[in-house]
Structure formats: C-alpha cells, structure tokens
Design a protein around this ligand. Structure first.
Ligand code: PHE
Length: 362
C-alpha cells in the first residue's frame, strides 16, 4: 500500500507541474482528489476494510498526501493564473501615442448643399419652406394649374404615369374633385414640376403667402449634359394684395446676388406657361463659359434658370381664392442648373452618377 502511495505521489507531482492551463490542472485534480474516481480518495475509502493498525499507518500517510497534492494544485493554479494575466497584458498593450486610423467620412451631396443654401437665403426674405408629394394626381399636376387634358402644353410634360389600384382611386382625390365625375378617372404620375405645391398650399392657407417648395421632379426625357429625367426644382410663390413683377425682380436679383456671390447678368424673356399670365423665363449669363458658349449653355452664352410669371386667375380660382382680391408671382427653378453654375459642373448626369471622385470635391 505504501509503495502505491509513493508512486501516486510522484505521478501527481509530475502531472501538476506539466499542467499548462487551468483546465489541465482541473483534470489532474479530479484524477487524484475527485470524489468518485480520485486515486487518493479511492485509497482512503478502501481503509474501511483494513485492520485498525493498517488504517492508522496508511491513513495518516494518505491524508498527508492528500493535503500535499491539494497544496501543489493550489500553487500551480496561482502560477497559471498569473501567467495568463501576464500574457493578457502583453496582448492588450496599446501604444496610446500612435496616430489613429481615420474613418472615411462622407460629404454632403452638392444638391443638398445648394438646397440648404437656397433655403437659408429665401428664409431671410421671409419665405417658409414647404413640401408636396412626388407621386401626384393629374389634377394637381395639370388641371388645377390650368392645363386641361387636351391642352398642347401637356406634351411638354408627357411623363411617367403610374398604375393605380381601382379601390384607391377615390381616396386620393380631394372632395371638390369627387363631385366632378370626369375627374374620378384621373391618373397618378410622378410630378413633372413642383408647381402643384402652389395649389396644395393655397387650398390650406390664406394670403399673404411667401413660400418656397424644393423637391424632386421627373420627366420623360432623353438625357444630355443639361437634362436628366430626374431633377430637383425649387418652386417659389408670393401672394398678397398687390404683388407685381417689380416684387418678383427684386426678390430674384437679391437671391442671385447672394447665391452666386458675384454679379451675373439676368434677363427676363417672355414665355408661356398655362398657369401664369404674363409668363417669362429667367436666364443668367453662363458661368461655366462666361457667356462665350459651351456644351452646358448649348453655345448660347445664356442658361435658362427658371420659369416664372404672375399667377393665373384660374389657378387662384382652383385653389379657392377670388382672383380679384389677390395677385402673386410664382417661379420654378432647376436646382441642378444653379449648382452646375456655382460649381462649374459640365454635366448634369454627374449628380446621380454615384462617382465618389465627383462627390468628394464638395
Ligand atoms: N413649373 C414650370 C416648369 O417646370 C416652371 C414654372 C413655375 C413656371 C412657376 C412659371 C411659374 O417648367
């Protein structure tokens, strides 16, 4: 029996020393001191069946061995724990003086920048910013703006029509239109301009009105350097008792002066839009080529920036106003156009190209 114990002692000592991890060590502990199968535990348990003399002799040695093995296990455990702590410190050491890795940061899209800038300028002139839906009804996009179905001017805005579920047709119409049976069958489309917001706003608000309505518009269009099928417009509307073209010119001149921070030449050309009378277009001298002629201005030296005019009496009527009581101007400006001029961008298609090299410049 004693020989067995001596052998067990040297084995246990060897294995404890050899244990590399706390898990290894736990296995060694179970092997020798485990309640069920432990080698030393087994010997102590077997003493029951031996003589009293044997029990004293072997028992004291086995008990001493159990304490010794326990001590060695604890000592080795402490060593291993210290060891792992040491390596964790080594692994997690960081050089706090090292320069950090810069995360790539996005930039604000040039159109968003221009829009923010434009909103700020108009806000200082007392204009509020309002919005309208991009999916519009035929009524607001055309009829309410004095463009009936058979009007040739609709060709200019022939556009993306949307399929509309039968059961939703009446919901999207306002009460005024549902009374008119002809309009019940009207279709949905992607708005071709931001002008429908004029009517939507006037229906719900009374003069005096000073608003701008920025947002996307869509046209069925062959793309080139200055046309895209999706673009951003800025609608403007000012309505009060005695608004004239003089007010319009003053607001526009002030806006361009502040937006471009340099003097540009403006010209008003008579033009036609069914929802204004009189109507005109505002051109400014091309900033890309300084008026010499380039692909952006189609070699004319001028860039068409905005359509505008005095709000047509029929539009006031459709919005529920008496045209005898009020007057006002409206304009619709291409945000891409003014961005192209401000930043000298030669092609409108760059805005939606997703080319990071382009976007990073702003
Ligand atoms: N909605 C017109 C267009 O998109 C522009 C416009 C707006 C003209 C307001 C006159 C008044 O072409």
């Amino acid at each position: 029996m004693n020989n067995d114990l001596i052998k067990i002692k040297s084995e246990a000592e060897g294995e404890i020393r050899a244990a590399k991890t706390t898990a290894d060590l736990e296995r060694v502990r179970i092997l020798y001191l485990g309640r069920e199968q432990g080698k030393i535990t087994g010997i102590l348990r077997a003493l029951k069946n031996t003589s009293a003399e044997e029990r004293v002799r072997v028992g004291s040695f086995a008990n001493a061995l159990r304490s010794e093995v326990d001590r060695l296990l604890q000592q080795r455990m402490a060593e291993l724990k210290k060891g792992t702590m040491g390596s964790a410190l080594k692994e997690e050491w960081i050089d706090v003086t090292r320069p950090g890795a810069r995360k790539p940061k996005g930039t604000i899209h040039p159109i968003t920048q221009v829009r923010n800038n434009v909103e700020k300028i108009f806000a200082t002139m007392g204009f509020s910013v309002v919005e309208g839906p991009e999916v519009e009804t035929e009524w607001y996009n055309f009829d309410a703006l004095n463009i009936p179905a058979d009007h040739p001017a609709r060709d200019m805005w022939d556009t993306f029509w949307l399929k509309q579920p039968e059961n939703q047709k009446s919901e999207i119409l306002n009460p005024k239109q549902t009374q008119n049976s002809k309009l019940k069958t009207q279709k949905l489309l992607l708005r071709t301009h931001t002008s429908p917001v004029q009517v939507r706003y006037m229906e719900k608000n009374n003069p005096p009105i000073r608003i701008i309505a920025p947002g996307r518009a869509y046209r069925y269009e062959a793309t080139d350097a200055s046309h895209d099928f999706q673009f951003n417009q800025l609608e403007g509307l000012m309505v009060d008792k005695k608004i004239t073209i003089a007010n319009f010119k003053a607001v526009m001149e002030e806006f361009f002066k502040r937006f471009f921070s340099v003097g540009t030449t403006i010209r008003l050309r008579p033009s036609f839009f069914p929802f204004v009378e009189p109507g005109f277009e505002i051109d400014i001298s091309c900033i890309v080529c300084a008026g010499h002629g380039c692909s952006v201005c189609k070699r004319t030296g001028w860039l068409e920036l905005a359509g505008a005019g005095m709000v047509h009496p029929n539009v006031f009527k459709h919005a529920g106003y008496n045209p005898k009581d009020v007057s006002g101007f409206a304009f619709g400006m291409g945000l891409e156009r003014i961005a192209m001029m401000k930043y000298k961008i030669p092609d409108i298609r760059l805005f939606n190209s997703g080319d990071v090299r382009f976007l990073k410049q702003f």
